[in-house]
Design a protein around this ligand. Structure first.
Ligand code: NAP
Length: 496
């Protein structure tokens, strides 16, 4: 039986004392032109908050604030910057329940996943606090006795950080952690659908003692005024963007104007390969986790599930049994595994992919429809779906579905699996399950992806470099290299 949860009461209590605005210089401001926009709950359609809608003048004010704060922040000893980052991480963990509730309310993911994201998001601040203290230079042997060669690493400067709605906290801290650790200041632009998670973090930065102007957060319903402001302004030295490949392409073009450094974490089309010799239980569990986390709305989620013919029937049966048992519902209900999709266009894409697959010969093993109307107030809930005998030419294999749809594609041998897996312009993450250690190396080395999970469906962690090749992006976030994206290398030639 579904436990009783008073959803309206949770929403009211969460936002009763909430104070959000455009966050500049540690102040909560209205938009200069007085505009506002609403943030809605994708599970109910209810308005959660009405907040200021930043325009060009607000973006400019944020750049001014970040630029003014830069000299003192970058001059602060790294240990002090690290202490403040650790303090925000500790506050995030202390307030995890509140932060997770806000996330579920505005994004829709099940509360357990939102809690997990807050912990994951905090880990980037802790990790990069450590890295702040390890920004080393070099002294290189010169080829003349009266010369010394020194290599310094210095903060890039003011950074604009643009994040998507699917991981409203972690995508932000994965950028803010290294930027602040390196000594940069930041202007953050959260997605229109999920600004509250970011703004709530603003309060924690104030509480942790961050000086005014170091972190600025600009909620907006239209990204273009913000985008124009940062690309036109010479003082913004770096853009870090996570989102669609389509928008990434626009940002690369825009960056030509004032030659910005760019980091781009873009879309994926992850293959998930199950070889005949895989541990079936582990492969099924892995595929469930990879495919259905956040209702399939993750950039590294399995998009194409290739299953070798010798294990195909057993995998399809065990996988479908698990999927059919998943519970779709409001993310605040403790037994929900699958929340709503973010909006109707996302729902329509899922429907288009399913219909296209069925029209081209796939068979439906479970799901395939939206939830019935009485349980689907926003029409964005989709039942987790498994499609058998899908093929590589279907939309569901060609495009990132970004929804709870798992196409199973049978394959014959290792060569075919690798060829099909690589046959995409994207190269973010790939997975395979096998017990053969030689195959682990053979396949991992040939897959053209930035992240490979071999018998591991959850590779994301602050300690590892995250990022894609091909049209999935430029640069890496996390790991020991993550901070390099926010550092310039300066060469000092010294005659003595
Ligand atoms: P999106 O439409 O590209 O938006 C991402 C962010 O960019 C939002 O804040 C959006 O603002 C902003 N934006 C849109 N157009 C812009 C422009 N012309 N100039 C400046 N900013 C602009 O992506 P999304 O739908 O939110 O996110 C889903 C996509 O992100 C998927 O493709 C997914 O694979 C990808 N993703 C990648 C990673 C990774 O690490 N590689 C991680 C998560 C998600 P508005 O919200 O105001 O439009």
């Amino acid at each position: 039986m579904t436990p009783t949860v008073d959803l309206a009461q949770i929403t009211a209590a969460t936002f009763a004392d909430a104070r959000y605005g455009i966050f500049i210089n540690n102040e909560w401001r209205s938009a200069q032109d007085g505009k506002t926009f609403t943030v809605e709950n994708p599970a109910t359609g209810d308005v959660l908050m009405t907040i200021p809608d930043a325009g060009a003048a607000d973006a400019q004010a944020a750049i001014d604030a970040a630029y003014a704060a830069l000299p003192a922040w970058s001059a602060l000893p790294a240990g002090q910057r690290a202490d403040m980052l650790r303090k925000v991480a500790a506050l995030m963990l202390e307030r995890r329940e509140r932060l997770a509730t806000i996330m579920t309310l505005e994004q829709g993911k099940p509360l357990a996943e939102a809690r997990g994201e807050i912990t994951y998001a905090a880990s980037f601040l802790t990790w990069f606090a450590g890295e702040a203290e390890r920004v080393y230079g070099q002294i290189v042997p010169a080829n003349t006795p009266n010369k010394r060669i020194l290599v310094l690493r210095q903060p890039v400067g003011v950074c604009a950080l643009i994040t998507p709605w699917n991981f409203p906290a972690a995508m932000l801290t994965r950028k803010l952690g290294p930027a602040l650790a390196a000594g940069c200041t930041a202007i953050c632009k959260p997605a229109e659908q999920t600004p509250l998670s970011a703004l709530e973090l603003g309060h924690l930065f104030v509480e942790a003692g961050f000086p005014p102007g170091v972190v600025n957060i600009i909620p907006a319903s239209n990204p273009i005024p913000f985008s124009n402001a940062i690309f036109d302004d010479e003082r913004v030295r770096k853009i870090s963007f996570t989102g669609s490949t389509e928008v990434g392409r626009i940002l690369i073009t825009n960056s030509a104007k004032t030659i910005k450094r760019m980091s781009l974490e873009l879309g994926g089309n992850a293959p998930f390969i199950v070889f005949d010799d895989a541990d079936l239980t582990a492969a099924v569990r892995g595929a469930i986790t990879s495919k259905f986390r956040n209702s399939g709305q993750t950039c590294i989620c399995a998009n194409r599930i290739f299953v070798q013919r010798g294990i195909y029937e057993r995998f399809a049966e065990a996988f479908t049994r698990e999927v059919a048992g998943m519970k779709v519902g409001n993310g605040l209900l403790p037994d929900s595994n699958i929340g709503p999709l973010i909006d109707l266009p996302a729902r329509d894409k899922v429907q288009r992919h399913v219909e296209n697959a069925l029209a081209h010969g796939a068979q439906l093993l479970t799901g395939g429809t939206p939830l019935p109307a009485e349980a689907n107030p926003t029409r964005t809930f989709w039942t987790p779906t498994v499609l058998a005998n899908a093929s590589t030419d279907m939309l569901v294999a060609q495009e990132e579905t970004f929804g709870p749809v798992a196409p199973l594609i049978p394959f014959d041998d290792e060569e075919q699996a690798i060829t099909w897996a690589n046959d995409t312009p994207f190269g973010l993450s790939a997975y395979f399950f096998t017990r053969d250690v030689s195959r682990v190396f053979r396949v991992a080395e040939r897959l053209e992806f930035g992240i490979i999970g071999a018998n591991d469906a959850l590779p994301s962690t602050a300690q590892a470099p995250f990022g894609g090749v091909k049209q999935s992006g430029l640069g890496r976030e996390g790991g020991s290299v993550g901070i390099d994206e926010y550092l310039e290398v300066k060469y000092l030639a010294l005659g003595i």
